[in-house]
Design a protein around this ligand. Sequence first.
Ligand code: KIV
Ligand code: ZN
Length: 522
Amino acid sequence: MDKVYIFDTTLRDGEQSPGASMGPMEKLKFAKQLELLNVDIIEAGFAVSSPVQFDAIRMIADEVRKPVICSLARAVDGDIEAAGKAISTAAHHRIHTFIATSPIHREHKLRMSKEEVLKRAVHAVEYARTFTQDVEFSAEDATRTEPDFLCEVVQAAIGAGATTINIPDTVGYTFPTEFQKIIANLFDKVTNIDKAIISVHCHNDLGLASANSLAAVQAGARQVEVSVNGIGERAGNAALEEVIMSMAIRKDIFPYEYGINTKEIYKSSKLLISIIGIPVSPYKPIVGKNAFSHESGIHQDGFLKERSTYEIMTPEQIGRPSSEIVLGRHSGRHGLKVRLKELGYELSAEDFDRVFVRFQELADKKKAVYDDELIAIMEENTGVQVAEIYGIQQVQIVSGNQAIPTATVVIEHAGDTYEEAATGNGPVDAIYKAIDRITKIGVELEDYEVTSISAGQDAMGEVSVTMRRDGHTYSGHASSTDILMASAKAYVNAVNKIIYMEKKTTGGSKNQVNIEEIKIKY
Ligand code: KIV
Ligand code: ZN
């Protein structure tokens, strides 16, 4: 079987996009995750661009031993020397050198003739070969280059020793059928093309980066340059997760091997988000919040009968927690009944009708109805209430543009008080870390929202948080004129619900839960 090599450029093209820059330690941490993901090549940076970039590539070369470690270099001797030095200690190394070939770039950016560009390309490849046997050459803006000139450059670069030829759609301009023709033309006209792997590098300006990359694979490309979450210049690069899962799901169209361990995809996406602080859209394929969520009644009904009715892949395939039935205003009776059963409630037809009406009233007012809110509806029915297991007593904050945000939190719990302090990215983060130290409940904060519920300088702020734990979503709410206090209380409110609900779901018959017992035990 043919193999499609995965060249990850999250740490180079991705990292150079606005707001996504990373320090050397962060780059190293992410490179280690890319190794677990089993990418074939890591483009670790652009060595000549700064000493920090150089050091980061060097550290990755020293510590990440399985994939090929690559540095970018313009077709300039100084760049190639820096790249060569930065990758020299890698177990497997590559230099990726490039020059623009399109008339627009030749004329306006480089101010070079075709002959000069050709000469520079050949020299760059030959010089790079003095540092490593593995040299990739890119014809920048290839998709806007005259087809005959592109063939000429590719032929010359392979002749000079390039082992991979990359055809970038630098400005995200091409279209799948057109890109296939560009690749096919190269296979047709370049006589030494069998001596190199043809690679593609697509940008997403028209939302076609993944489609164009996959179309090129169909036309014979055997390396695809991608980035996790699709980060990169402007609208980004082809997203690793989209390209890989397309090949995984449509093996009938892509009967090719690839090395990626798909179970590491979700973790890689989450790690990147936590490092650069740029979230993905909820609608982002594969890794977005909604990618495996079902809300409409018809979809929930079909999915609950047979998941393949509305899912072409499983979240488990990418190492993600299970699919989610989101109960909201579009949900039907079947979805609610199944969720209540999972929570331990089996209702008579009459009780269910009553609960369904309450559920619809709530769903009309909210985006989604979470498990804890369903329990509250059930509790209205059974007359019990969530115990206040933990209660915020004091919150003290040190913050400001010259201070590391630090929070000290005092919490009351079962008649005792507990105090902890923590630092964080901001005051709210510090508060939540201090609370976590006391409660020792491992949660993932999914959403945090502050809204003003009155006017003026002493306005009340309402804070809502949503948290995830073991595949369940919980909400917490609180209001105060002090937003930080409201933040602390909302968080603890959700933690109380988690403890309460987990107690119920592990403590035998959930409908006969003894609140006193919970209060005493916690
Ligand atoms: O988009 C592009 O053309 C690039 C090259 C350096 C490969 O990033
Ligand atoms: Zn690029």
